[in-house]
Structure formats: C-alpha cells, structure tokens
Design a protein around this ligand. Structure first.
Ligand SMILES: [Zn+2]
Ligand SMILES: [Zn+2]
Length: 305
C-alpha cells in the first residue's frame, strides 16, 4: 500500500479514514486531527496556559509532545501515587520525557498530601481504583485552579470516549449524557477540561507515539484488574472492524444530536456547590470527598497502631 500524500511505502493503514500514510506523513495526519479537535470544540488558544495530565502512558505523552510542537504553552502534571514498583517507573518515564523535550513539569506526591495509595488500599473499605481516580481528578483540578491555568488537558482518545459513551448509553445515564464531551467549560471551582485526542483512536495514538520514539510506561497498575471499559472497547472494536468509521460516527453523532437533546431534558438544578472548608475545592458538603478520605485514613491508621 502507498502513502496517500507522497506515494512512498505506507506504514500505517487507516480503514476508518479510507487512507494510509508513510512514516513521515503520518504525524501530519495526527497533527491535523488534533488541530481540528481544538478548533471545532473551542478548546484553547495560543494565548492560554494549559496543564496536561501526564500518567506516563502513550496517550498523555503523545498529547504533551504534539501540543508543544503546535506551539501551545503547556506544563505537565504528574501525580506520583506511591505504589511500590509501579509509580517510580511511571514517574521516571515522565521525567525523562520532559527533560528530553525541554518541557515544564510539576510532580505531586500523594503520600505528601496524607493520601498514600497503598495505605488507602489497606485501610479504606472502597474499591481502590475509584478512590485513586477521585484523588487524581481532585489534584488535576486543584493544581490547575490554584496555578491559574486556563484549561486542563487529558489524553483520553476516541476509544476511551466511545467506550464510556457506550457504557453510559446502555444504562441511559441521563446525567452523563447531558454533560460529557471533549470540552467541558469552567464552572464554580472547576477549570475547563479538554480532550484534544478525542478524534484519534488508541491505535492511531500508539502509532504516533511509536513513530516519534516516545518511551512510554505501559505496565498495568498492580492494584487494578485491568483497564476500564475493556469489554465495551472490545465490542466496539468488532463493530469497527466490520464497519470502519462507526466508532467515530457513534461518538460524533452523540456530540451533534444526543448531547443537546439530553441537555434540554436535564435542566433541573444539581446540588449546590461551595468551597471545601479544608482545601477550597468545590463540593456539595462541608468537606470535599478527598479531604474526607484523608481524615478517615488518619483515623483508621491511628486505630491500627
Ligand atoms: Zn508520505
Ligand atoms: Zn477538600
């Protein structure tokens, strides 16, 4: 197969776009998709400061590199979860990557915040992945807000977004369906959240990371049973194989038709939000969820001694 752009030997075939590219032209395709996402979904401008959540995986590092190459003012944020044999590896990949490309990086250690994940797993009687996810989202938002960033960018790709949409559609989760998408505007203590890779599949992002020589952290988390929405991704993958392009049209159709319809249905007021008494993060209670976890952990650990 030949590259659609320059007729050299193609290395990446993209049935969903009915095209193929060589190793030099493929990153241009990737760049165009990210540019289109930023423009159409009004994500951010070159005058704004963007905080990019960096886990060390292919998606977040590909996103960081691409935004910096497009001339955006980006700063990476890595959250060190303090999980033995896993977190130090992820952090080392992120630090080496930012050093190599001359990119700004901020690292937050949750253990220094009174929230070491191994202790939470041991003492808090809730699924550790959901608590961990909650803590990460909390600090992404809090650091972006306190640092005066205009937007928080995450590396969610089309597979992530389509699978999540699929799962929520199966449950007809109206709350989610009215308020989810590649750009979520800032509101009451929450910074603007954007997903510039939402038009690109996991495969397409992995190819970019590979062709750009990005060294990624790919070990699964030792605490998790696997990636989220695995079954939904698998089913959508079969559909995509038989009918290329269906994953994107499912998600794009939701953005154009589904979300506005659900937004009209879901007009009723949510819980009143005010700043957490401890940390100032938006919450509907006196203390935010993460400050409550910190307090509970302190008590449990004191009891255990
Ligand atoms: Zn080419
Ligand atoms: Zn709080």
């Amino acid at each position: 197969m030949k590259c659609k752009r320059c007729k050299a030997k193609a290395v990446v075939s993209l049935p969903s776009h009915n095209t193929a590219f060589c190793k030099d032209c493929y990153p241009l395709f990737f760049t165009r998709q990210v540019e289109t996402a930023i423009r159409r979904q009004k994500m951010f401008t070159h005058e704004e400061r963007i905080l990019v959540a960096l886990s060390g995986g292919k998606d977040s590092l590909a996103l960081m590199l691409e935004l910096s190459l497009q001339g955006y003012d980006v700063t990476g944020l890595h959250i060190d979860l303090g999980i033995p044999r896993s977190s130090e590896k992820a952090r080392a990949k992120v630090e080496a990557f930012c050093e190599l490309h001359g990119l700004k990086l901020q690292v937050l250690e949750v253990a220094n915040e009174g929230l070491p994940i191994p202790a939470i797993k041991k003492h808090i009687n809730r699924p550790v992945c959901s608590v961990c996810g909650k803590i990460k989202r909390h600090y992404f938002n809090r650091i972006a807000r306190e640092g005066g960033y205009d937007a928080l960018a995450t590396g969610h790709n089309l597979d992530d977004e389509a699978a999540r949409l699929f799962a929520n559609t199966l449950r007809w989760d109206a709350g989610y369906l009215s308020d989810q998408g590649p750009t979520l505007p800032a509101e009451e203590g929450f910074v603007r959240k954007v997903k510039p890779l939402y038009r690109l599949s996991e495969f397409e992002t992995a190819n970019y990371a590979f062709l750009k020589g990005i060294e990624i952290h790919s070990d699964p988390c030792p605490y998790s049973g696997g990636a989220s929405f695995t079954n939904h991704k698998h089913l959508l993958g079969e559909l995509e194989y038989k009918s290329p392009g269906s994953k994107f049209s499912f998600y794009e159709g939701f953005l154009k038709k589904g979300r506005p319809a659900f937004a009209m249905l879901n007009k009723e007021e949510g819980d009143k939000v005010s700043p957490c008494g401890e940390c100032g993060s938006p919450t509907s209670l006196d203390l935010c969820g993460v400050c409550r976890i910190r307090t509970a952990l302190k008590e449990k650990m004191a009891e255990a001694e």
